[in-house]
Write a protein that binds this ligand. Structure first.
Ligand code: HEC
Ligand code: HEC
Length: 353
């Protein structure tokens, strides 16, 4: 009898557990600006007072709403997919309205709060400056002007109300739309990785032995640290600079379209084919790699660096062959895998937006 009671008790508990999981809402997590997570620096905020629940919630809705595109089919999340590290796995180049293929691979938005410039060529300085570009790009969301988009939103009572709640009367504006999209993206932080627990908290078993050997290579013989910086109490594995690593030169040889990278933004000859050093946090979740998605796996990336031979006359002087053994390559890959954070963002359901 007791036994049956126990079993049915477990079933009842399990039933309510599942029910709870089904109805529980995706809750918006607002990070602590001063101390967002182990391994990360503080978040620099243009206007702290606007980093509040109403502004962020509105930004989240805008981010997931295909209404923002010319044909109602493409949202920011179409390309920046939350479950795929806010990128698109398996897709070399992004595609927007009407299936138009873009020129670049979709980068992650995790930890974008810490980036010191936007886009692989750094052509926008801040998230706020960046926000309207995809909305207006013909191969992304395809709108013809800012005023078209604002007029469209003005006809939606729900949006007018949300903008008013977040910014006060007359809150629906070009600037405020950018502010709210940016505020939402600044909540997408991801630290507390295996590496962070091992390095900053001294947990020996947070990173396996191959990954620990990989770290020694990363910080030594393999020279990765020179651009993917690791010094300091909080790191993003990026120096926020632009370097020519020979990727674009290689791609051109393979018959892929040539991309001048940083040169597109500055027109400085010496910056041709230089690209922003991307963060390596969560990199295991964001394949394929590089500005054009031309390398599919982390192993291919490390092998690319190991060869290091490029005939590009503008190649960064830091680049060169590394003489890594097969085991070294595996160890470096294992290290890169330990850089995924433990905070998971749960996207809201359509009803919750
Ligand atoms: C059609 C696919 C697509 C859509 C839609 C899209 N993006 Fe992107 N996003 C990309 C690609 C590709 C890049 C890289 C482009 C470049 O560097 O020139 C990018 C870059 C970015 C960056 C810069 C990231 C970095 O590391 O520098 C941010 C921020 C961003 N997008 C946010 C957004 C927001 C917000 C929206 C919606 C308003 C959006 N994106 C819509 C594909 C897309
Ligand atoms: C000279 C500076 C430099 C050095 C040294 C360097 N990187 Fe990079 N890394 C970059 C740049 C710049 C990119 C982006 C290139 C592009 O998009 O074409 C990049 C891209 C990557 C990517 C792809 C990230 C993504 O999201 O697409 C990985 C992974 C990576 N590097 C790992 C490493 C490792 C491991 C090492 C050491 C073996 C290393 N890097 C050495 C500058 C450097």
């Amino acid at each position: 009898m007791d036994y049956i009671k126990k079993i049915s008790g477990i079933f009842i508990l399990a039933f309510f557990g599942i029910l709870f999981a089904m109805v529980s809402k995706a809750e918006l997590k607002i990070p602590d600006v001063e101390d967002p997570a182990v391994g990360l620096p503080s978040i620099k905020m243009p206007k702290k007072s606007l980093f509040n629940h109403s502004v962020i919630k509105l930004g989240e809705k805008l981010f997931f709403d295909p209404f923002l595109s010319i044909n109602g089919a493409v949202s920011c999340a179409t390309c920046h997919i939350p479950e795929q590290g806010f990128t698109e796995n398996g897709k070399r180049l992004s595609s927007g309205v009407g299936g138009k293929i873009g020129q670049r691979n979709t980068p992650t938005l995790l930890n974008i709060a810490f980036a010191q410039s936007m886009f692989v060529d750094g052509r926008a300085a801040t998230l706020e400056e960046q926000a309207w570009q995809p909305i207006l790009a013909h191969d992304e969301m395809g709108n013809s002007s800012v005023s078209d988009v604002l007029q469209k939103l003005e006809k939606k009572k729900a949006y007018v109300e949300l903008f008013t709640k977040a910014f006060g009367l007359g809150g629906l504006s070009e600037t405020n739309l950018a502010i709210s999209l940016s505020a939402f993206q600044r909540t997408l932080i991801s630290g507390n990785s295996g590496y962070d627990k091992w390095y900053y908290e001294g947990q020996d078993d947070a990173m396996n032995e191959p990954a620990q050997r990989g770290y020694q290579l990363f910080a030594g013989q393999a020279q990765c640290w020179q651009c993917h910086s690791i010094a300091g109490p909080g790191v993003l594995f990026s120096d926020n600079q632009f370097h020519n690593t020979g990727v674009s030169y290689r791609s051109k040889k393979l018959g892929l379209p040539e991309d001048f990278g940083r040169y597109e933004a500055t027109k400085f000859e010496y910056e041709k084919r230089a690209f922003k050093t991307p963060t390596l946090r969560n990199v295991a979740e964001t394949s394929p790699y590089m500005h054009d998605g031309s390398l599919s796996t982390l192993k291919e990336v490390v092998q690319f660096y190991n060869e290091g031979e490029s005939k590009d006359p503008l190649l960064s002087p830091i680049m060169g062959s590394l003489n890594l053994s097969n085991r070294d390559v595996e160890d470096l890959v294992e290290f890169l895998r330990s850089l995924s954070g433990d905070q998971k963002y749960t996207p809201p359901s359509r009803k919750e937006l």
